[in-house]
Unconditional design. Structure first.
Length: 119
């Protein structure tokens, strides 16, 4: 079992920056390996959508709406993924969820962290 714990959300003014972090840890004495990790977001009344993802080797993928403003990175030694968000706009206000591929084709979600951008 894998637990994902997010941090770094909050309230920021338009044009500001935030850095989200998500740390993966094991919750049982089983094989622990993390593959691809990513960030999703869900705004009120909308479906959850992919923001960015990163493979174990560091290949990245971004939603078109965040390219050039958001950067995803990871520290494999710490099993942690980051999302640096710059030049934030009110339309990115949402709950941001961390996602990770675990061992044996498992997939895990974090509890979510609120990001609110005021105009």
């Amino acid at each position: 079992q894998v637990q994902l714990v997010e941090s770094g959300g909050g309230l920021v003014q338009a044009g500001g920056s935030l850095r989200l972090s998500c740390a993966a840890s094991r919750t049982s004495r089983t094989i622990f390996s993390i593959g691809s990790m990513g960030w999703y977001r869900q705004a009120p009344g909308k479906q959850r959508e992919l923001v960015a993802s990163i493979t174990l080797s560091g290949s990245t993928n971004y939603a078109d709406s965040v390219k050039g403003r958001f950067t995803i990175s990871r520290d494999n030694a710490k099993n942690t993924v980051y999302l640096q968000m710059n030049n934030l706009k009110p339309e990115v206000t949402a709950v941001y969820y961390c996602n990770a591929d675990g061992p044996f084709s498992t997939n895990y979600w974090g509890q979510g962290t609120q990001v609110t951008v005021s105009s």
